[in-house]
Design a binder for this molecule. Structure first.
Ligand code: PEP
Length: 252
């Protein structure tokens, strides 16, 4: 059984319009559309409309939003709805990134609402989970990750999660230059896969790619991506430059 291999770039709040368009065009020119690795780019929301036109027809390439409102529509100033994303043909959306949990107080139940809002519009969630350094040091990483994931998909029908994506991102490894060792990451990915089998059944669990995130770069990715339960990466810093990002897509 081989899950879809994926490299996803999270640009966070970086790049002005010209910089964003030129990075996207560089990535589109350099990625291998014939490879079986799916490439996903998550730019700031303001660029999704323009990007959606530019990527039109690019094989094995998709766009993701970095966030979505849990509300359907209405008086929620500054928010972007799942329906709006869907109307631009956006296929994926990050949910529960640790920066949103930390800086915007997103709870597990907020993440669950967002997952449901996305699925209602047939947008595939990329569910981000991961423990803090404190939690790992007190050996709570498995219980924390389990709670995050179980609540994120609470009351969602298993079949709706077909081809969903989970990103395991230990918070202590994001943007810090520290990566989890490949054995630490594999241990957690295996745990997540086994948990998914329990919660949604093997048939659906076998379609859910589990990405590693946290200071993943071309020079450390090979060891990580070679592990049985690591299906690719969610990339921050190294996604802001086409060459390092593309190198990651060629690292399996
Ligand atoms: C991320 O924020 O999803 C991430 C993995 O960032 P970085 O690669 O910069 O650690």
């Amino acid at each position: 059984m081989m899950k879809q291999r994926i490299v996803a770039g999270n640009w966070k709040m970086n790049k002005n319009y010209n910089g964003a368009v030129s990075l996207l065009d560089d990535v589109l020119a350099k990625y291998d559309s014939g490879s079986d690795v799916k490439v996903i780019v998550a730019p700031p929301a303001i660029y999704l409309s323009e990007f959606s036109n530019r990527v039109n027809g690019s094989e094995n390439f998709a766009l993701a939003a970095q966030n979505v409102s849990s509300e359907k529509n209405g008086a929620f100033t500054g928010e972007v709805s799942a329906e709006m994303l869907s109307s631009l043909h956006i296929q994926y959306c990050l949910v529960g990134h640790s920066e949103r949990r930390t800086y915007y107080n997103e709870s597990n139940s907020d993440v669950n609402k967002k997952v449901k809002a996305l699925l209602e519009q047939s947008i595939t969630p990329i569910i981000c989970i991961g423990e803090t350094l404190e939690e790992r040091e007190s050996e709570q990483q498995f219980s924390v990750v389990k709670e995050q994931l179980v609540i994120a998909i609470k009351d969602v029908e298993a079949k709706q999660l077909k081809n969903a994506i989970v990103a395991y991102e230990p918070v202590w490894a994001i943007g810090t230059g520290k990566t989890a060792s490949s054995s630490q990451a594999e241990e957690m990915h295996k745990f997540i896969h086994t948990l998914l089998v329990e919660v949604v059944g093997a048939e659906i669990a076998n379609t859910i790619s589990i990405l590693y995130g946290g200071s993943c770069k071309p020079d450390n990715a090979k060891e990580l991506f070679n592990k049985a339960n690591i299906d690719g990466g969610l990339i921050g810093g190294a996604a802001l430059e086409a060459d390092s990002f593309i190198a990651l897509t060629n690292t399996f």
